[in-house]
Design a protein around this ligand. Structure first.
Ligand code: FES
Ligand SMILES: [Fe+2]
Length: 266
């Protein structure tokens, strides 16, 4: 089987089925559930498809949210997860595609490999237009999963690598020879050492929320914004300035006789 395929609509039902998207993804079932429940990442990881989201309700059952898509159209979407059936149903409750439902089934193939089958149901589409509408949904899902798989694989890699390191100290050498930002490994964890004017700061390369990559984003006015859910952190204080209940750990940076020493205490 190819890595993904698009299957045509079933024409022998009255369900408004317009097509099926099928794909094998190199991730665990747990990462898939986590991703489905994670409404917060939509306008960040999928910024071309979603401009904004406001959560109306969320829990282990799923979530309901008001979203604005890439063309500025507003909808209310609900995602209901049923773990026992390895399935979630996404429904458009309000907005341009009201009544549309997307049923996603996940079949674990191996420990970190799933086969997903996504069925698109859109009411009121004529038989002649089914293929076009089905292909449009499949094309969108192909992009969304390209974006999600990068996030899920990276998060898994970071979870695998996460070990508890003891206190560690590293001598980076003469300050005059360093070009900031620099990355440094302290035990099993990577930190970014950056300069804010003359001041040096050290913060983790991974976001404390879900291990998003903070080393790939610029330091702006002493803050970094995580690309996965948009949490913004003040790297001096560690506080989350976008308002979520989350904190950035820091390492200590000091200069001793012109040399830069970074250390962590945990
Ligand atoms: S991983 Fe969620 S905001 Fe960084
Ligand atoms: Fe996603």
């Amino acid at each position: 089987m190819p890595d993904h395929e698009i299957l045509p609509a079933r024409t022998d039902t009255a369900t408004g089925h317009v097509g099926t998207y099928r794909r094998v993804l190199p991730v665990s079932l747990e990462r898939m559930y986590e991703n489905a429940l994670d409404w917060e990442h939509l306008p960040h990881v999928h910024s071309n498809s979603f401009a904004a989201i406001e959560c109306l309700d969320a829990g282990a059952w799923g979530w309901r949210a008001a979203v604005v898509d890439g063309r500025g159209q507003s909808s209310v979407i609900e995602l209901a997860l049923d773990r026992s059936l390895r399935r979630w149903i996404t429904r458009n409750l309000e907005g341009p595609n009201t009544g549309a439902e997307i049923w996603t089934h996940v079949f674990p193939v191996e420990d970190r490999r799933v086969d997903i089958v996504v069925d698109f149901f859109v009411p009121g589409v004529s038989a002649a237009d089914r293929e076009k509408v089905g292909n449009a949904y499949a094309g969108l899902y192909s992009i969304l999963y390209d974006e999600d798989v990068a996030m899920m694989v990276e998060r898994q890699r970071q979870l695998d690598a996460r070990l508890n390191a003891g206190a560690v100290s590293v001598d980076l050498g003469e300050r005059a020879t360093l070009e900031f930002p620099v990355s440094v490994q302290l035990g099993s964890r990577e930190f970014v050492i950056a300069a804010i004017g003359e001041e040096l700061v050290a913060y983790p390369a991974l976001c404390p929320h879900q291990l998003g990559p903070l080393n790939s984003v610029p330091l702006v006015d002493g803050t970094v914004t995580c690309p996965w859910h948009g949490y913004r952190f003040d790297v001096r204080s560690g506080s989350c300035v976008s308002g979520q209940n989350c904190r950035l750990q820091r390492a200590e940076v000091e200069e001793r006789q012109g040399r830069v020493i970074v250390s962590t205490t945990h």
